[in-house]
Design a protein around this ligand. Structure first.
Ligand SMILES: Nc1nc2c(c(=O)[nH]1)N[C@H]1C(S)=C(S)[C@@H](COP(=O)(O)O)O[C@H]1N2
Ligand SMILES: [Mo]
Length: 220
């Protein structure tokens, strides 16, 4: 009997530790009744609006690369072949845009941020990530948020390759933050110690951007 208990306990302890780490930085990740699925001030749309700085960089997969730099043990540059041969996962999540639309049940596929983190091994002093895209867009977030279990480096949506207008060939999706924190056409992930504001964060948006606390603008 006790032989069965010990491994199970270890597994449970590991899970609990992981849940505690995730929960530490997050609100809105506890399960909610369906009626509370829409964050305050949001309305539901069925279409999928396109929002960006107006320039959609056309990066073909033969020249595409992703740079992972900064406070990591193993800096990496991945080309399309190397990236798409990493373990592929699916994730279904809701989109909440700061301009007040939300879209439910988006089905993504790609590489889990956790699998990337396992490869590059962030150093203990890495507290945040600064993300840069092929159109010059930048955004920032705590490492703990980048590392959530449903955050995905997405190459597909709804069973098809992600379209250019929505960030193809690859975008990040971090569903528990407003959608401006999900950079399209991602090209670089830099691990940094302290938080550095990205494009919208320097232009009046909130540094963190939790839809459940309506963290839309920086003076909130
Ligand atoms: N590279 C890049 N990523 C970006 C943006 C951008 O301008 N450039 N806009 C952000 C904003 S404000 C939103 S709401 C979403 C929109 O994504 P969508 O066009 O796929 O709906 O992308 C985010 N990621
Ligand atoms: Mo947005």
């Amino acid at each position: 009997m006790s032989d069965d208990v010990t491994p199970a306990d270890n597994k449970l302890t590991a899970s609990k530790r992981r849940w505690a780490t995730e929960g530490k930085f997050l609100t809105g990740r506890i399960s909610r009744p369906e009626a509370d699925r829409l964050p305050p001030g949001q309305h539901l749309v069925k279409n999928w609006p396109v929002l960006d700085l107006g320039q959609q960089p056309r990066i073909t997969t033969n020249v595409w690369k992703l740079d992972i730099r900064g406070l990591v043990e193993v800096p990496l540059t991945l080309d399309w072949q190397a990236f798409t041969t990493m373990r592929q996962v699916g994730a279904v999540s809701d989109i909440h845009c700061v301009t007040s639309w939300s879209r439910y049940d988006n089905s993504w596929n790609g590489v889990a941020t956790r699998d990337l983190l396992d490869r590059v091994k962030p150093l203990p002093k890495a507290g945040h990530v600064l993300l840069t895209s092929y159109d010059g867009y930048t955004t920032n977030m705590p490492l703990a948020d980048f590392a959530t279990s449903d955050a995905i480096l997405a190459t597909g949506w709804d069973g098809a390759p992600l379209t250019l207008e929505h960030g193809g060939p690859m975008r990040l999706v971090v569903p528990h933050l407003y959608f401006w924190k999900s950079p399209k056409w991602l090209s670089r992930i830099e691990f940094i110690a302290g938080d550095i504001p990205g494009f919208w964060e320097r232009n009046g948006y909130h540094m963190y951007g939790d839809p459940w606390r309506e963290q839309r603008y920086s003076d909130d």
